[in-house]
Write a protein that binds this ligand. Structure first.
Ligand SMILES: [Zn+2]
Length: 259
């Protein structure tokens, strides 16, 4: 079993449609949280039990993908201390996680001296496309997306060989094509409808047309478009992606589930 649930998909901040970037990958025995954008903890707790969570994977340390990590860490250590699970994040970002921890540490509560590092076992994602992490029966590989901070595209493979891939935030680049190669479902960012070279190749984002082109080059079956700057872009974004990609296209509407 390999199932994708959208907790939130908006770029930058929550909207009335739902949380910022956060997704659940469900296997036979539990769920993996991919990204902890603002609103993710509330969206999760409205529908699911914390005991189901097997791991957290943060694609990169921009606030719209990771700000709620501190809320999750507070909940993980109070009122009871929940079982330790792994937290995966891009290689080289441990220092910034520790700095985040230092800001919100509570020295007078022993379990919250450093909420993130006390809550979870920290694992760096090498972004090399080859190293395999086993999570709850799923195999995870990470790839070097092109973005303004270290950003990890993800490729989950189920025991039966089904593939669910995530672009993370990225410009168009070969490693993300490899992450999405022949994926059954590819969650791809589509931040803009139109953008200049600085936004696309400098900072590192995709337009909806580029997302469609990337899914086509990768041979993905089903493109799930995410990380739009605004929900008002959904319909036109799908039309733009359709110019380049003739497979199934969906929008990552919060609350939706894809098998
Ligand atoms: Zn970003």
């Amino acid at each position: 079993m390999l199932q994708l649930e959208i907790l939130g998909s908006n770029a930058t901040a929550p909207t009335k449609e739902g949380a910022a970037s956060s997704y659940l990958v469900r296997s036979r025995t539990g769920v993996v949280l991919v990204d902890a954008g603002p609103g993710s903890l509330l969206a999760y707790c409205a529908r699911h039990d914390l005991a189901e969570l097997r791991a957290i994977v943060v694609t990169h340390l921009h606030a719209d993908h990771s700000l709620d990590l501190m809320a999750w860490a507070y909940r993980w250590t109070f009122p009871e201390v929940l079982p330790r699970i792994p937290l995966f994040f891009p290689e080289g970002e441990r220092g910034r996680l520790e700095a985040f921890d230092a800001v919100f540490a509570i020295p007078t509560l022993p379990t919250m001296n450093s909420p993130i590092t006390q809550s979870w076992d920290l694992h760096e994602l090498p972004r090399d496309g080859t190293t395999v992490h086993e999570i709850d029966g799923l195999r995870l590989r990470s790839f070097a997306a092109h973005h303004s901070v270290p950003s990890a595209a993800l490729r989950f493979t189920s025991p039966s060989g089904r593939v669910l891939a995530f672009s993370s935030d990225t410009g168009y680049c070969a490693p993300v094509v490899e992450a999405a190669r022949d994926a059954d479902v590819f969650v791809c960012e589509a931040t803009y409808l139109e953008a200049d070279e600085q936004a696309l190749r400098g900072h590192g984002h995709l337009t909806a047309r580029l997302a469609g082109g990337l899914a086509a080059e990768a041979g993905s079956e089903h493109l799930v478009m995410s990380h739009f700057s605004s929900p008002t872009m959904w319909d036109e974004g799908v039309r733009h992606a359709r110019e380049a990609f003739d497979g199934r296209i969906s929008v990552a509407v919060p609350g939706s589930v894809f098998d």
